[in-house]
Structure formats: C-alpha cells, structure tokens
Design a protein around this ligand. Structure first.
Ligand code: URA
Length: 207
C-alpha cells in the first residue's frame, strides 16, 4: 500500500501490545499512549525540511539546523487528545488546533461540530492525530476541513489502522501520508477495529 508508513519498531510494538491488553487500566493506558506517540514523532517528522542556523557553542560558532516551518497538531476529539501530550513533549513549540467530528446517524455523513485552528495554520506542518483509523470517515472529513483552511502539508498519525480506513483516506486524499504503529485485520459491523484495542476514548478517559 502506498503512502502508508508502518512504524514497526520493537519498543513501540512492546508498548502497543501492553496497550491492547484489556487488563491495562486507564492510568497505564494513558502513559503508554503518551510514550508511543512521542516515539512515533521521530519517524513521522523524518522528512521535514530544516534551515541552517548559526549557533555559538561555548567554544566556536557553527551551523546547526532547525525545523523550517512551525508545527500544528490537530487532534480529532476526543481520542486524539490522548496522543497530543506525547507529541507535544517532542515538539514543544507546536501550536494545537482542535477538530470535533461525529457521524450523523441518519445520513451517516461526518459532521464537524467543533473547530478551533491557529489562524496561520496554512503555513505550518500539520499533524492530524487520532489513535484509531477505523472507517476513515471522520479522518477523511478532518483532512477535507484542514484543506479548506489552506493546509498543504499534513500527515495523518494514528496508532492502529484498519485496511478499510486506509482505503478511505487513500481514495479521498491520496496525497496525505498515513503513519501508524499497526495495521489490523478488519472492522466489525459496529465499526470497531479487530483485534484492535477497544474504544480508545473510553480507555483513555476511563468512561
Ligand atoms: N474507535 C475506537 O476507539 N476503536 C475502534 O476500534 C474503532 C474506532
């Protein structure tokens, strides 16, 4: 599959396995999700452009490198919030936008019910984050929303993706790269990923 980056790292997989375990409580779940999200940042940001910057060390002047563009994180509410702190620890200068998306039960269409984005988001590198890429409906709607806001450089970062969700993003936004720590088998008829880890929002917030 093109444009999907599976971050198959042994440390991430160890933490993900613990996260999937149904006996992992919300406190441990949050910690693990935070750690995995931070570790994923290394791969997700690997191709971001940098700009030379002169730095004076205690001994000499030299040319270092800094990220060329500011960064915006956009968690999809509510489960996306569970990955935000881990990413922010690695990218502490990032701005954070929020997008709330739900599925209309009649039309089955995703509806954006809340949005708050930095005004200059169009000139930033955007990481759209949601732990579970299930049907891809809300993810695809969130990408459309960000494109309308002028975003041209974005990546979709999740923890577990279904083949169906990946197909949906590819079909609707083929240029948007997906980064995930796992591609699971399938969706069940309620839209849960199998084997998955259950409802990520419930497990993060203990609801
Ligand atoms: N959202 C979740 O939290 N879990 C799934 O398995 C699918 C969607």
């Amino acid at each position: 599959m093109t444009n999907v980056n599976l971050i198959d790292h042994p440390v991430i997989q160890t933490k993900l396995t613990e996260l999937r375990d149904f006996t992992t409580d919300h406190r441990k779940f949050r910690t693990l999700l935070d750690e995995i999200a931070g570790l994923m940042v290394y791969e997700v940001t690997r191709d971001w452009p940098t700009t030379p910057k002169i730095v004076q060390t205690p001994l000499e002047r030299m040319t270092g490198r800094v990220l060329s563009r500011p960064v915006t994180l956009v968690p999809i509410l509510r489960a996306g919030l569970g990955m935000a702190d881990g990413v922010l620890k690695m990218l502490p200068d990032a701005r954070m936008g929020h997008l709330g998306v739900y599925r209309n039960e009649q039309s089955l269409e995703p509806v954006t019910y809340y949005q708050k984005l930095p005004p200059d988001i169009a000139s930033t590198e955007v990481l759209l984050i949601d732990p579970m890429l299930a049907t891809g409906g809300s993810g695809s709607a969130a990408v459309s929303f960000l494109k309308k806001a002028g975003v041209t450089s974005m990546k979709f970062v999740c923890l577990v993706a279904s083949p169906e969700g990946i197909q949906t993003i590819h079909r609707t936004h083929p240029e948007v790269p997906i980064y995930t720590a796992a591609i699971d088998r399938e969706l069940n008829n309620k839209g849960y990923i199998l084997p998955g880890l259950g409802d990520a929002g419930d497990r993060i917030f203990g609801t």
